[in-house]
Ligand binder design. Structure first.
Ligand code: HEC
Length: 441
């Protein structure tokens, strides 16, 4: 670096100047998200019947649509990464002490960016989106005390439905962007922005890299829930793989603690860092706030790196999983190049006897044990019998299944199969029973 920099007088402080380009980067990536998101919203319809269809239209018909969506998809992952690095950089350079406003804004911005990513995952309504919505439902529902209420609020009713999708859509395109803009307005008013060429160089290079990456790698779009085979393996986007993997090991309510409560607490501590009196740590460090900040951030890094790698490794190691994922990727690739022919899901819902998609109550209450298509399943040592072919068994006519759902014990069935007497209406029980009867073994 031979250029003489007016702001710095040594090589080292010029390096520090380069690290300060993270804010410009985050701003650039936010602008990309706002722009591509707005363009996508011109075509997207947030309803269970049309979401997958319109996303598919964007991917396959709209010129540059696939690139646009891919920019938005990977842009959100890059944004999470750089918003995090920005917080790390500020912690490293004592931002919590020297510029509190910027510190708070940066931590909150990171939280909002993650929230925007989380709500965005449901929108394409492919099988992956459906499962990620289920994960969100489980996380929120498992919260202590407020879980039940919060779950109802998030879903918009007592099961995942079109209302859930509009809710995620509103959170994704109205609430989080509004909060982000509010935050930016507050910050940009407080500081006089200096446009430094360095910021432009770095932001420009990263944008170029993102644009090329998005061109080479289309954003994933799996089959819609109705089209997915029974062995479809949904995988979340890379910024949430750590959570997905962690939830394999921590059951139920504990998952909500790890997935929601702990991150919220970490954000809270980081935001209040400038005011924390950490005198009891003075013996260990001359700057205890920095110590606490760095410990929290490095714990995040370790957790995310370890769990993300664990997820990749366990997918690679298991031959069946590896083959299934490869098959899915190949299928996605085939679909991508097929001509677009809009199939209205409405029709398939009307003819559901022929396409035989499971009734909604089945998807909500039974599919996590007995499989989306009644193929059965297992969780650790627990085995859930397939429902395919039960019709051939003794005492499994439609009326028997309705009766069995009211009182499984009377049919000799043990927990975890439980009574749905109060959970399901009689119509729902009958719809499920009729659907089960029709399953081909
Ligand atoms: C928590 C997991 C779980 C859920 C949820 C669940 N089941 Fe079961 N189900 C089981 C298990 C385990 C058995 C086997 C029990 C036994 O054999 O003692 C079973 C048995 C059955 C059987 C008898 C199967 C046979 O081979 O005869 C039927 C029918 C059935 N379940 C239907 C349903 C329906 C319909 C729902 C949703 C309303 C449902 N189950 C929800 C775990 C579950």
């Amino acid at each position: 670096m031979s250029r003489v920099d007016p702001e710095s007088n040594s090589f080292e402080s010029s390096l520090v100047q380069w690290t300060k380009t993270t804010s410009g980067l985050v701003l650039m990536l936010l602008a990309v998200q706002f722009l591509t998101g707005t363009l996508l919203a011109f075509y997207y319809v947030p309803s269970v019947d049309n979401a997958h269809l319109t996303v598919s239209f964007i991917e396959r018909v709209l010129s540059s649509g696939a690139w646009l969506r891919s920019l938005h998809h990977y842009g959100s992952q890059w944004l999470s990464l750089f918003a995090f690095l920005h917080v790390v950089r500020l912690t490293w350079q004592h931002g919590y002490r020297d510029c509190r406003g910027q510190w708070i804004a940066s931590v909150l911005l990171f939280a909002l960016v993650m929230a925007a990513g989380g709500t965005g995952y449901s929108l394409p309504w492919d099988t992956r989106a459906f499962f990620s919505t289920r994960v969100a439902e489980g996380l929120v529902g498992g919260l202590p005390i407020i879980g039940k209420m919060a779950r109802l609020w998030l879903l918009g009713s007592n099961q995942i439905s079109t209302l859930t999708l509009s809710r995620f859509f509103a959170l994704h395109v109205l609430v989080t962007p509004f909060l982000i803009l509010l935050l930016l307005a507050w910050r940009l008013r407080a500081v006089r922005i200096r446009l430094i060429p360095r910021q432009f160089i770095v932001a420009g290079l990263v944008f170029l890299a993102l644009a090329l990456w998005a061109l080479k790698n289309p954003a994933p779009l799996g089959p819609s829930v109705a089209e997915a085979g029974p062995d479809y393996l949904p995988r979340p986007g890379s910024q949430f793989l750590w959570l997905y993997e962690t939830l394999k090991y921590v059951p139920g309510g504990l998952g909500s603690i790890v997935g929601l409560v702990l991150p919220a607490m970490a954000i809270l501590i980081l935001v209040s860092l400038p005011w924390l009196k950490l005198d009891f740590l003075r013996g260990r460090s001359s700057d205890p706030q920095r110590l606490v900040g760095l410990v929290i951030l490095s714990t995040c890094v370790v957790l995310v790196v370890v769990m993300t790698s664990a997820s990749y490794i366990s997918d690679r190691r298991d031959q069946r999983t590896r083959e299934q994922l490869a098959r899915q990727a190949a299928q996605e690739e085939v679909v991508r190049h097929q001509p677009f022919s809009p199939v209205l899901l409405n029709e398939s819902a009307i003819n559901s006897s022929s396409t035989n998609s499971p009734p909604p109550a089945y998807i909500q209450f039974c599919a996590n044990c007995h499989g989306l298509h009644g193929e059965g399943g297992k969780q650790g040592a627990l085995k859930f019998p397939p429902l395919k072919g039960v019709a051939q068994k003794q005492r499994r006519a439609i009326d028997d299944i309705v009766a069995l759902l009211n009182d499984p014990k009377a049919y000799g069935l043990e927990p975890p199969m439980r009574s749905f007497a109060t959970k399901l209406t009689d119509d729902e029980k009958r719809a499920i029973a009729e659907w089960v009867e029709k399953l081909q073994p």
